[in-house]
Write a protein that binds this ligand. Structure first.
Ligand code: FE2
Length: 421
């Protein structure tokens, strides 16, 4: 289907606004957003009637591993359910990946994401592979899917930068090949010193190639894992905070309050972003506890209340770390709000922030995101009218438009209740 020269959405409810709005788009760009004084009845090929339901910017997936999707159980299942066995199982599967196999699985996962109203995706790609096979497949995929998804690729050193042979060279080669983001995994490096030097190295690399940063940081229940302070201080000193993300930081759920109080001062000054993957973390963490068992998540509400930017992500779809998943980021939001004690009134009114606006900030999308005049005509439509109803009814987007072109339509569920006479 081609981009429509002109498109108009009428009778739409916008987040954080009262009343109805219409939005006119031309050549893939938002041209006008106007408040309506009454319900409009316009019809036509170029008119989309939102029927007084929610119109918003697309959902965002800020942390996933598209190179590993749909490999759960291949060649063996992760029986302990730990992160470290996941890395071991992936190490086995990695030996058989090919360019074609990676591309085919990733394409299938992208379809799942698009079906759930997602248009921006940040994928971490394992670059601890001398051939960089998955990275080549992902760079190809990025071009291929650009009409439906904006894909950011992170050079992710799954087996470490300092602890893997030629780790530094592979990271640099990934930059030369055109990855968008520098990754890291300091808590997996063999020693604390190697973890710290890996952070210095990856920040240097980001500066040298002018790239964003997203580090798997302290993804462990160990309260002594404190690489977040290193990353945040590097970001603060280099004034790169808004371009830097700390993913997971699950150890923060195990830090004592005295240390966290001091840490938050630095985190706020650094301006870095945070990603929490609640389903993955509740599954992988707490595995060495008896009872009480830790939830193994970072301090999501505390980070949010302190005015810092945090969003939710899926991390996996059926891979060695997490055996289920279907691309639905709203399922992750639902789980995350439960696990983080965030089902209070105020959170319910703005819960979609955690899978839309906050995530776009993490991905540093700037003017490429949001329903504002002059920005891309990219949006989704629900058949409910606000954040609370999306969550409470487990709604799914029914329409997704990208740059003025419809890329997904979902038929509303038809349910018939049969009552006895
Ligand atoms: Fe991850």
């Amino acid at each position: 289907m081609k981009e429509k020269r002109m498109m108009k959405v009428i009778n739409a409810v916008l987040r954080h606004q009262t009343g109805l709005y219409s939005m006119t788009c031309r050549h893939g760009v938002i041209e006008k957003i106007e408040a309506q004084s009454t319900v409009l009845t316009e019809q036509g090929e170029d008119v989309i009637d939102a029927r007084q339901q929610l119109l918003m910017a697309p959902l965002v997936e800020p942390h996933i591993h598209l190179d590993a999707v749909l490999t759960a159980g291949e060649p063996e299942w992760n029986m302990s359910g730990t992160l470290f066995e996941g890395i071991e199982r992936w190490g086995q599967r990695k030996q058989t990946i090919t360019f074609e196999d990676t591309g085919q699985r990733a394409r299938q996962a992208v379809d799942m994401l698009v079906a759930h109203g997602i248009q921006h995706v940040r994928t971490h790609v394992d670059v601890t592979d001398p051939e960089l096979t998955a990275l080549h497949a992902m760079l190809e995929l990025k071009k291929e899917i650009q009409d439906v998804v904006n894909l950011q690729i992170v050079a992710f050193p799954q087996e470490g930068i300092e602890s893997y042979q030629n780790g530094r060279e592979l990271m640099e080669e990934a930059m030369r090949l055109g990855t968008d983001v520098v990754g890291g995994i300091p808590h997996f490096e063999y020693t604390r010193d190697k973890g710290v030097s890996s952070v210095h190295f990856l920040m240097d690399l980001a500066e040298k190639y002018d790239r964003l940063v997203d580090v798997h940081c302290d993804e462990i229940d160990d309260p002594a894992s404190r690489f977040l302070e290193v990353l945040a201080d590097e970001a603060r000193v280099r004034q790169m905070g808004e371009r830097v993300t700390a993913s997971h930081t699950t150890a923060m759920g195990s830090y004592d309050n005295a240390y966290c109080y001091k840490l938050f001062r630095l985190l706020k000054k650094s301006k870095i972003n945070f990603v929490s993957c609640p389903t993955e973390s509740i599954h992988l963490q707490g595995r060495f506890d008896q009872y009480p068992k830790r939830r193994g998540l970072t301090r999501v509400p505390e980070i949010d209340r302190a005015g810092m930017n945090i969003c939710f992500a899926q991390d996996s779809i059926r891979d060695p770390w997490y055996p289920i998943g279907n691309g639905n980021i709203l399922r992750i939001l639902d789980a995350g709000l439960h696990i983080c004690h965030m089902l209070g009134y105020e959170d319910l009114q703005r819960c979609l922030d955690f899978v839309s606006d906050n995530s776009s900030k993490t991905m540093y999308l700037g003017q490429d995101y949001g329903l504002e005049v002059g920005r891309p005509a990219s949006f989704i439509l629900f058949n409910v009218s606000n954040d609370y109803d999306v969550l409470a009814s487990q709604a799914k987007p029914i329409l997704s438009v990208r740059n003025g072109r419809v890329i997904m339509r979902r038929q509303e569920d038809q349910v018939q209740l049969i009552r006895s006479n």
